[in-house]
Design a protein around this ligand. Structure first.
Ligand SMILES: Nc1nc2c(c(=O)[nH]1)N[C@H]1C(S)=C(S)[C@@H](COP(=O)(O)OP(=O)(O)OC[C@H]3O[C@@H](n4cnc5c(=O)[nH]c(N)nc54)[C@H](O)[C@@H]3O)O[C@H]1N2
Ligand SMILES: Nc1nc2c(c(=O)[nH]1)N[C@H]1C(S)=C(S)[C@@H](COP(=O)(O)OP(=O)(O)OC[C@H]3O[C@@H](n4cnc5c(=O)[nH]c(N)nc54)[C@H](O)[C@@H]3O)O[C@H]1N2
Ligand SMILES: [Mo]
Length: 603
């Protein structure tokens, strides 16, 4: 729609008056795609200034508890719900893109695509009344500034791409995209692809240039879905994966159908992990390369500043000294790169580091529209002395970035500025960026991209089938916890003590039907696998839906996680299914997995 990988509008939280959140629990997650510390306070301030927060979630989360409205939604039906809002906006003449009108293409196509999604038809499927759908549409249109936001609950489902697209479409249709208090594009100080090159137009993006060997899934931005990793390892033939490098990942717990992947990892010829733990994944590695502690490393958040609700830049130098003779994490990566480039383990780290920065500089000076276009690479390299490693790269990215000094062109940011401001530099609230931010070939917001348009038929069919769905199944979703981060905060006593958290949340009605009481063991099965887990009865969850947090199941042999083993929990990704994906993106369905639940036979 916008022409680059990282052009993701985020709610302008400091100024918005109406926030519609779907499948996100920012009070626990700190926001994620919309990044900011202290979400609780920010949402409170939004409401104090008269704004409204509406949460759509099959679970009454902590965020939902703090909101003005919360509506349960049947898992996996967000795209239908959002389309019904789009339908209502067109139906009631509420479409008002405002100043965006001249910058969009495909508006009429969206209107036609929304036709079948009558609120009355969608209501039965998604579990939200037609009158509620219409009133949300009207509120959204009437709010002076509003933003729609979706996250893990809306991305990791069968229609994840369509849902994410519709979030942006709604922001456009209501004139809230790129408006103060709406959904805006951050402008990061370093590494912002959408602030690079010629403003307003670009090559756009191309997908599916190659496909995975076994299932033929298309690449996206050079990556394949984690769901096809196991089959690429356990299916013999030309191109079979026989060796693996993991960098700060625990796929044995975090990806669908963990049993299959864990078995596959055991058959690899060779595996290297760069990780701080001997855990469920790294136990399969021939070699684990340990990075130094986080506090012995510098930090600049290159990725999440692209999604921050306020433009800031902050650099932290290492707080403690690294043990002599140990390598920094980036040096470990260069060591691996040297080996892969067949230079051996003794390859010179300095020359690899030089090669990497020189490549970056050469690309930048050759980019039309860059502040460095046409400059002499040698001069730039010289100006970065005596820095090396990530500091040199960061200095380069800051200085060639949108606030940078352009290496002597103007007054502006460099790493030295950040070093002089140890609490960070405030680059101001989010600013309107259309059309400058766009990198599409048309120079427009492409509101109806072809692959998305084609996928709407699948959604329409699912709406029809939803009325005749076969039942007896419950739908499994996930949840996150404040004191956890995916799989790796469970080996610390302060973060695991207290009540057990890896439980199956179930509505009292469902528990009564299954004759299960709080704390009893339930047996949960899906196509992929089965687990036994204690249930926790709560009316915070929608009837017919059950929830298990991910990242647990620390009871495997060969790990070295003493605390985590005592609070092992079960791995919910034994139940998620590598065959259940959003075919458009290949992304795994981690929410709305059909499961059968019964009382466990063993005590
Ligand atoms: N404390 C803590 N913070 C974290 C993390 C952590 O593990 N712990 N993880 C980090 C990571 S990697 C990420 S990606 C972010 C994620 O950030 P968020 O997406 O904000 O976090 P979740 O708590 O997973 O929220 C997902 C919500 O979607 C709901 N949901 C499930 N299925 C559906 C559905 O079909 N429709 C709708 N509308 N809702 C649904 C769930 O009930 C849940 O409330 O958090 C990051 N921050
Ligand atoms: N069912 C279900 N599954 C999910 C999700 C869900 O909501 N539901 N969420 C998905 C999401 S959004 C994500 S992002 C993935 C996360 O999946 P992963 O990234 O695979 O999981 P993490 O637990 O975050 O793994 C982080 C790893 O990094 C290691 N580590 C920690 N610090 C360092 C360091 O400084 N250097 C290095 N080299 N290693 C370090 C930890 O020991 C751990 O092994 O899980 C996904 N899986
Ligand atoms: Mo994530």
């Amino acid at each position: 729609m916008f022409g680059t990988l990282f052009s993701i509008p985020v709610p302008d939280l400091e100024r918005t008056e109406y926030l519609l959140l779907l499948g996100a629990n920012p009070l626990v997650s700190n926001g994620s795609l919309m990044t900011a510390p202290d979400m609780r306070d920010r949402l409170r301030r939004l409401r104090q200034r008269g704004g409204k927060v509406v949460v759509i979630d099959p679970y009454r989360t902590r965020t939902a508890q703090e909101a003005d409205e919360h509506h349960f939604i049947r898992p996996g039906y967000d795209a239908h719900f959002l389309f019904a809002i789009v339908h209502t906006l067109f139906d009631e003449g509420l479409v008002a893109p405002g100043r965006l009108a001249e910058h969009i293409s495909g508006l009429e196509q969206v209107r036609v695509l929304a036709e079948p999604f009558l609120p009355e038809r969608v209501a039965t499927a998604c579990g939200i009344a037609a009158s509620t759908i219409r009133s949300i549409a009207r509120d959204l249109a009437a709010a002076p500034q509003a933003a729609v936001y979706g996250r893990i609950g809306t991305c990791t489902q069968a229609f994840g791409t369509l849902t994410s697209w519709l979030v942006d479409v709604l922001n456009v249709l209501t004139g809230n995209l790129d408006r103060e208090g709406g959904a805006m594009f951050p402008k990061a100080a370093a590494g912002a692809r959408n602030a690079n090159g010629t403003p307003g137009r670009g090559r756009g993006v191309r997908f599916g240039r190659w496909k995975s060997r076994v299932r033929g899934l298309p690449e996206y931005y050079g990556e394949l879905p984690a769901s096809c990793l196991a089959e690429e390892i356990d299916t013999p033939g030309q191109g079979q994966v026989k060796a693996l490098i993991t960098l700060a990942g625990n796929p044995a717990l975090s990806t669908p159908n963990s049993h299959r992947l864990q078995q596959a990892l055991g058959t690899l010829k060779y595996m290297v992990s760069v990780d701080i733990y001997l855990n469920e994944t790294t136990r399969h590695a021939n070699v684990i390369l340990p990075p130094p502690p986080a506090l012995a490393r510098s930090h600049y958040d290159l990725a999440l500043y692209q999604l921050a609700v306020h433009n800031v830049a902050h650099y932290s130098p290492p707080v403690i000294e690294r043990e002599p003779g140990t390598l920094d994490e980036w040096e470990l990566f260069f060591r691996l790169a040297g080996i892969l480039a067949e230079q051996g383990a003794a390859a010179d780290l300095c020359s690899l580091d030089d090669l990497s920065i020189t490549t970056l500089i050469q690309r930048e000076v050759a980019t039309a529209g860059s502040p460095l276009a046409g400059r002499d690479p040698a001069e730039i390299l010289e100006a970065l002395k005596p820095r090396r490693g990530p500091e040199r790269t960061l200095d380069f990215l800051l200085r060639s970035g949108p606030y940078g000094d352009g290496f002597g062109r103007q007054d502006g940011l460099s790493l030295a500025t950040l070093e002089a401001h140890s609490h960070g530099v405030d680059l101001g609230p989010l600013q309107p960026r259309i059309p400058e931010v766009l990198r599409t070939p048309s120079g427009k917001i492409e509101l109806a991209p072809q692959p998305v348009v084609e996928d709407v038929e699948r959604l329409r069919i699912s709406l029809e089938n939803s009325l005749a769905r076969e039942d007896g199944h419950m739908l499994l979703i996930g949840r996150r916890d404040l004191r956890s981060n995916n799989s790796w905060m469970h080996n610390l006593h302060v973060l695991t003590k207290g009540k057990e958290r890896c439980t199956l949340h179930m509505h009292p009605h469902d528990a009564a039907l299954l004759a299960l009481v709080n704390g009893e063991m339930a047996h949960v099965t899906s196509r992929a696998g089965a687990v036994e887990i204690p249930i926790e009865v709560t009316d915070a969850i929608m009837p017919g839906v059950v929830s298990i947090p991910h990242g647990w199941g620390h009871n495997l042999p060969g790990t070295n996680l003493h605390v985590a083993t005592e609070h092992a929990g079960v791995n919910t990704n034994v139940l998620t299914d590598e065959e259940e994906i959003d075919p458009l993106s290949g992304n795994a369905v981690l929410n709305s997995i059909p499961v059968a639940v019964r009382k466990a036979l063993t005590a």
